[in-house]
Design a protein around this ligand. Structure first.
Ligand code: GLU
Length: 278
């Protein structure tokens, strides 16, 4: 009799747990096919002020605002977004593995990357530049970078461009993040940090670095920022529609002012979807 009671209770428990699972207890949302699930997971940078930054107050930056707008159009409110750090070298793998639904992380559209992932956009045109100490006037052209101790990030177009075309003789050091390069620049372990002007402007304007660094203004490349999605995902078309709406309703301009204004970054006008500048 006692045994029977236990068995009945277990059956109820088992039934309950099966129901819970079926109701989505551990369901992985698929923003790609349906939208409107419990949450959406978005990859951003965590250490790039003005672009993508995690602070004790939360997440901020242009990429965060673009991603939040896009998520809303896909049916997700801000409180349904789970932010994940996507370091430069990890982005394609994170998309392929399905760790994130999309990535908005100063992510340049390139032919090599397009073989591995798809891109919506572009939504911003930036240019590769250098950040040097304020008293350094020795870098006036890309060629001046040859033989300099230059820092950039593994898996970035910035490092790739230096090695392949801009300054193949530079002593290039590759760190996992740009913020790691900043300490080296301050301590004179490196001579210059190279990446997109949009990112460098954010660093230069930080109160702790005020007056210490300056941008070279070299405009060495075109960096077309896109939103990365898994290859073949139907999110690409939906995100493109959202980006178009963001420009036409004025939200893109507002996000530019809010995030780049404090750094004094002079951005290019909003790019047209599919217009990738080489
Ligand atoms: N936009 C460049 C890239 O996608 C440099 C910035 C970054 O590493 O995120 O590689």
């Amino acid at each position: 009799m006692k045994l029977r009671k236990v068995t009945a209770a277990s059956a109820v428990l088992l039934a309950l747990s099966v129901t819970a699972t079926a109701c989505g207890g551990d369901k992985k949302d698929d923003a790609g096919s349906s939208g409107g699930g419990n949450k959406i997971t978005i990859g951003i940078k965590f250490d790039q002020p003005g672009i993508g930054q995690k602070t004790p107050q939360g997440y901020s930056g242009f990429d965060v605002d673009v991603a939040t707008y896009v998520a809303k159009k896909l049916g997700y409110n801000a409180d349904q977004i789970e932010w994940k750090e996507s370091k430069s070298a990890d982005r394609e793998t994170m998309l392929k593995r399905g760790d994130v639904d999309f990535i908005a992380a100063s992510y340049s559209i390139t032919p090599e990357r397009q073989k591995l992932v798809d891109f919506a956009g572009p939504y911003l045109l930036a240019h590769q530049d250098v950040l040097v100490r304020a008293d350094d006037s020795s870098i006036k052209s890309p060629a001046d970078l040859n033989n300099k101790k230059l820092c950039s990030v593994t898996g970035s177009t910035s490092a790739q461009n230096v090695k392949e075309k801009l300054a193949p003789k530079a002593q290039l050091q590759q760190y996992p993040t740009y913020s790691a390069c900043l300490t080296g620049l301050q301590n004179k372990v490196i001579d210059a940090l190279t990446t997109d002007d949009s990112i460098l402007a954010g660093y230069a304007s930080q109160s702790q670095f005020k007056g210490k660094f300056k941008l070279g203004g070299l405009k060495m490349t075109n960096e077309n920022y896109g939103i990365g999605v898994k290859k073949g995902s139907d999110l690409k078309g939906k995100i493109n529609k959202a980006l178009e709406a963001m420009v036409s309703d004025g939200s893109w301009d507002a996000a530019v002012k809010k995030n780049f204004g404090p750094a004094g970054y002079k951005n290019e006008p909003a790019p047209k979807i599919g217009d990738i500048k080489s």
